[in-house]
Write a protein that binds this ligand. Structure first.
Ligand code: PXP
Length: 237
């Protein structure tokens, strides 16, 4: 299976929002990522709209030919936006107002009933639903039970750990990925991955797609988006 790369372009919008101006333009970054070989574009429309704005969602959806993955909190507002705008995929994430970035995985088991109820609505619009979770077996089991199509394993702890701790985190992820794949879930992974730590994880067979944002946008400042994406794609392939 050829591994895919989803490029998260939130931080292109972060730079624009620093001045509340008009540039850089996220949909142009999405097009450059597409030219660089991205298999998908990911954006997180946060409730506080700190980076990606509603008009970005429309513009990016219209501009790109590759699938759009909308990361979102599981709220009424976001559910309505997703059903209206119909991205190819959504990834449900926990969201806290004060956090700098998504800190932990979604507690799928806690909201199992609500998720199970919402799932047919997304599927009726042809939207693939992924749940962003920590590499924990009971969360995977709950994801399967609610009828999710995919999970995205939170790789943040792996990315931040060093030495023995990193090996432990790697084993945790590998086990979870195998478990989820056996349960019939499509498995993606992301958060904190960069041009170095991707080596330790990219050979896990069952992972279909990596979602990477911050490190690609950072590298793009120096080499351009197209090249930054091409380099990462080469590494994961
Ligand atoms: N996947 C999910 C669910 C995320 O919330 C994020 C951060 O927006 C990413 C992947 C990308 O993480 P990073 O920007 O650290 O590569």
């Amino acid at each position: 299976m050829k591994k895919k790369l989803g490029v998260n372009i939130d931080h292109v919008a972060t730079v624009r929002q620093a001045r509340r101006g008009t540039e850089p333009i996220p949909y142009l970054a999405a097009l450059a990522a597409q030219r660089g070989g991205a298999d998908g574009i990911t954006i997180h429309l946060r409730e506080d709209r700190r980076h990606i704005q509603d008009h970005d969602l429309k513009e990016i959806k219209k501009a790109i030919k590759i699938p759009l993955n909308l990361e979102m909190a599981f709220t009424q507002e976001m559910t309505q936006i997703a059903l209206r705008s119909r991205p190819e995929k959504i990834c449900l994430v926990p969201e806290k107002r004060q956090e700098l970035t998504t800190e932990g995985g979604l507690d799928v088991c806690r909201i199992e009933r609500a998720l199970k109820k919402a799932m047919p609505g997304f599927h009726a619009k042809g939207i693939e639903v992924s749940l962003f979770i920590d590499p924990v077996s009971n969360q995977i089991e709950c994801a399967r039970r609610v009828g999710a199509d995919a999970i995205e394993i939170h790789t943040g702890a792996y990315a931040q750990a060093k030495g023995v701790r990193r090996k432990q985190e790697y084993r945790r992820i590998k086990k979870a990925v195998e478990w989820a794949s056996k349960a019939g879930l499509k498995v993606n992974a992301g958060h904190g991955l960069d041009y170095q730590n991707i080596f330790g994880i990219c050979h896990i067979r069952e992972i279909e797609e990596f979602n990477i944002g911050h490190s690609i946008v950072s590298r793009a400042l120096f080499v351009g988006m197209e090249k930054a994406v091409r380099e990462m794609k080469r590494l994961i392939r």
